[in-house]
Design a protein around this ligand. Structure first.
Ligand SMILES: Nc1ncnc2c1ncn2[C@@H]1O[C@H](COP(=O)(O)OP(=O)(O)OP(=O)(O)O)[C@@H](O)[C@H]1O
Ligand SMILES: [Mg+2]
Length: 323
C-alpha cells in the first residue's frame, strides 16, 4: 500500500523577478529514495528549503505526512530531517555538544537523549571524534555530523542536499549504504550531481532545469532515453576492428559504430536503430559464424550523463524566466 509521506504541488518561488522554482510537483512514498537532479542554479536547494520550512513558497502546497506545512509548520517540521547544502554546523562545538544542542531543539526527552545521541554517533561512525571540535574534522566527518543532526529525532522524511558532495569514494559508498538502509522505513529526497548515485541509491528520479520538472521516472526509464540504450559493446583485438565492422555492417538494425582504441584491445559500440530492442542476438550470431576472438560482449542500459546533458541543454537556451 502506498504511504505518501511528502506531497508537493504546484510549488513556485520568485526572487525579485527571477522564477527560481516554477510549478514543481512531486511525491515521495515511504521506502523510496527520490533523486533530485538538475544543473547548477536549477532550483534544487530552493525547493528543499521550502519543503523544510526555511523559505516561504510564492505559490503551492507542501504536505508532510499529511500535515500542511503552512497550517501546521511545527508539526510538519518535526517529521522532517534536513541536511542543508554544505552541511553547516557550529565549528567550535564538538559533535557530542552539537548533537545535545540539536536534541534539545528537537525536544528529545531527557530520559533517552543520551542513549539516542550515542546510538546516532555509533550509526554514523562518529564515536571516535565525538569530542573533537567540528572545525578540526575532515570534510567527510563534518558531513557525517550534518547527517547525524538530521536523523537525531528519527524523522520519517529526510531531505538531503548533496549528501555525498566532495567526499572520497569510500565515504560516498558508506553514505549511500546508510541512505539505502534508512530508506526502508523513511521517505528520502536527495539532490545530487552524481549520476551513478541515481542508479545506486534512488528508486526514482526527477530532473529539473530552470525551475521546472523536465523528467520524472525510474532510473531505468531515464537510461532508456539514452542513445546507448540496448547498445552492444564488444572488445576485439586491436587491428581487427575494420574487418569486424565491415562484417557487422550487414546487420541493418545497427544505427552506428563507435570505435575506441583502448590499452590492450579496441572497444566497438554498436547503437541500435530506434525501436530495436535486441541487437545482441544478431551480433552474437554474426560473430559465432566467424573465427574472430571477442574478449567481451555486453548490452548497455543507457548512459545517464548523456541523457542528462541532452535534456538539460535543451532547456538552457531561452534565458532566465522572468515573472
Ligand atoms: N535568496 C536568494 N535570493 C536571490 N536569488 C536566489 C536566492 N536563492 C537562490 N537564488 C537563485 O535561485 C536559483 C536557484 O538556486 P538553487 O540554489 O536552488 O539552485 P540549485 O539547483 O540548488 O543549484 P546547485 O546545483 O548549484 O546547488 C539560482 O538562480 C539562484 O541564484
Ligand atoms: Mg543547491
Amino acid at each position: 500500500m502506498k504511504d505518501t509521506l511528502l506531497e508537493v504541488t504546484g510549488l513556485s518561488k520568485s526572487f525579485s523577478g527571477l522564477k527560481a522554482v516554477n510549478n514543481i510537483s512531486l511525491t515521495v512514498e515511504r521506502g523510496e529514495v527520490l533523486g533530485f537532479l538538475g544543473p547548477n542554479g536549477a532550483g534544487k536547494s530552493t525547493t528543499m528549503k521550502m519543503i523544510t520550512g526555511f523559505l516561504t513558497p510564492s505559490e503551492g502546497n507542501i504536505s508532510v505526512a499529511g500535515c500542511n506545512i503552512k497550517e501546521m509548520p511545527l508539526l510538519a517540521k518535526r517529521r522532517i530531517g534536513y541536511l542543508p547544502e554544505g552541511a553547516p554546523a557550529y565549528g567550535e562545538m564538538t559533535p557530542m555538544g552539537f548533537l545535545h544542542f540539536i536534541a534539545d531543539i528537537r525536544d528529545i526527552p531527557r530520559t533517552h537523549k543520551k542513549a539516542r545521541i550515542d546510538e546516532v554517533l555509533e550509526k554514523i561512525h562518529l564515536t571516535q571524534v565525538a569530542h573533537q571540535p567540528i572545525e578540526t574534522l575532515s570534510k567527510g566527518y563534518k558531513r557525517r555530523v550534518g547527517i547525524a543532526q538530521a536523523i537525531i529525532h528519527d524523522p520519517e522524511i529526510l531531505i538531503m542536499d548533496e549528501p555525498t558532495d566532495g567526499l572520497d569514494p569510500n565515504q560516498k559508498h558508506e553514505i549511500r549504504q546508510l541512505i539505502k538502509e534508512m530508506a526502508t522505513e523513511k521517505a528520502i529526497l536527495i539532490s545530487t550531481h552524481i549520476l551513478e548515485e541515481v542508479d545506486s541509491v534512488c528508486t526514482r528520479a526527477i530532473i529539473i532545469a530552470r525551475g521546472e520538472v523536465i523528467f520524472s521516472g525510474t532510473p531505468l526509464e531515464l537510461a532508456s532515453k539514452s542513445s546507448y540504450h540496448n547498445a552492444v559493446t564488444i572488445m576485439v583485438d586491436s587491428g581487427l576492428e575494420k574487418e569486424i565492422q565491415l562484417m557487422l555492417e550487414e546487420i541493418t538494425e545497427i544505427k552506428d559504430f563507435e570505435i575506441t582504441p583502448q590499452k590492450d584491445f579496441t572497444r566497438m559500440t554498436m547503437k541500435p536503430k530506434v525501436g530495436v530492442t535486441d541487437l545482441r542476438q544478431s551480433i552474437q550470431a554474426k560473430l559465432d559464424s566467424t573465427v574472430y576472438g571477442i574478449h567481451q560482449l555486453y548490452v548497455e542500459e543507457g548512459r545517464l550523463d548523456e541523457v542528462f546533458r541532452t535534456m538539460t541543454r535543451k532547456h538552457e537556451s531561452g534565458g532566465i524566466h522572468r515573472t
